[in-house]
Design a protein around this ligand. Structure first.
Ligand SMILES: [Zn+2]
Length: 331
């Protein structure tokens, strides 16, 4: 189950790193006259899903070859690696994942591969994980949940909430853990990784300040979401996430679900319900007519399409969109 790993204290030594900043362009160490004796090899890094990829890319920049195992559109919570995926991880120098609660296939993967060949980074190491009482989207029937209530067998995963990356503060901790692993795998580039991580964490900290500022004086602190992915974010900014299990962006909600929603909306005076995708207008219409709410987009960042990435969409951009979207309720 969970490791009780100690918090890494790396990252505390970053102060004063600014001195390196002006030297960025001059960081190239290779001496062109000696390239016969030593060929500079870039390390290969495999990351699981989008935020792990983006965090890692920001730390390595061009110093490593970083790949993304789960392409956009893959359902991260249900993913199982293929033989080809396992081979790709085995061939890498570094493998980076978020947590065993998200990438539930990692423990059995680690039993399969030769760990002397690849450095494995658990980006959530040292972070206190939230125990989830909410019903996850997997057991979509309330009846089934009731049956399991007094059951001690909790093997369906996600009783521990894995959505750490959606908190801009914990994201910085993940960046530091990723950085420490990269330095271990590629000590020659230590200074660059330190500088890059510090630069990126400053952006994440600015994002954190934006969230803090936006919600500081909000009177309504509750928001309703389809995907229970925002508990860490809610915890960070003293918000209250109400997650509606079994509410899908593809299927029209059942009458029972609509009744439940109506009640919630009345109780909380909600005007918006957050979905993770741009929902079809039919579902939006149903909710608007039956319950009297509008839909808004809140991305759990479990995938960013290649087209969006090419257009410059990244973690920070999506988180800023999420902030604008949340401001509709939290105000
Ligand atoms: Zn999720």
């Amino acid at each position: 189950m969970m490791k009780t790993s100690k918090l890494l204290t790396i990252g505390l030594s970053i102060t004063g790193v600014g001195v390196f900043m002006s030297g960025c362009g001059a960081a190239e160490q290779a001496d062109p006259s000696s390239d016969n004796s030593h060929t500079e090899e870039t390390i290969k890094v495999v990351t699981t899903f989008y935020p792990m990829y983006d965090f890692t890319k920001n730390v390595t920049q061009d110093l490593a070859e970083v790949s993304l195992l789960l392409p956009a559109g893959t359902e991260v919570h249900d993913f199982e690696p293929s033989a080809k995926d396992v081979a790709e991880i085995q061939e890498a120098d570094v493998f980076i994942y978020n947590s065993e609660e998200m990438e539930t296939w990692v423990p059995s993967l680690l039993d399969t591969i030769d760990l002397t060949e690849v450095l494995v980074i658990d980006a959530s190491e040292g972070i206190a994980l939230i125990e989830n009482e909410a019903v996850e989207e997997h057991h979509d029937s309330d009846h089934e949940h009731a049956v399991h209530e007094h059951d001690h067998e909790e093997e369906h995963g996600h009783t521990i909430d894995p959505h750490i990356w959606l908190d801009p503060v914990l994201a910085q901790e993940e960046v530091n853990t990723i950085k420490a692993g990269l330095i271990e795998a590629d000590p020659e580039n230590e200074e660059n990784y330190e500088v890059n991580a510090d630069t990126y964490n400053q952006k994440l900290e600015a994002l954190n300040q934006e969230y803090k500022e936006a919600f500081k004086e909000a009177e309504n602190r509750t928001f309703v979401t389809q995907h229970a992915a925002f508990a860490y974010l809610a915890q960070q900014y003293d918000l209250n996430q109400v997650a509606i299990a079994g509410l899908s962006s593809e299927e029209e909600p059942s009458p029972a679900k609509l009744a439940e929603l109506s009640q919630l909306v009345d109780q909380e005076g909600m005007e918006y319900i957050y979905f993770e995708d741009n929902s079809s207008s039919k579902i939006a219409e149903t909710l608007a007519n039956e319950v009297g709410v509008e839909l808004a987009l809140l991305s759990p960042l479990e995938g960013v399409s290649q087209a969006d990435q090419d257009a410059g969409v990244d973690y920070i951009k999506v988180m800023k969109n999420n902030l604008e979207s949340l401001k509709k309720s939290i105000r």
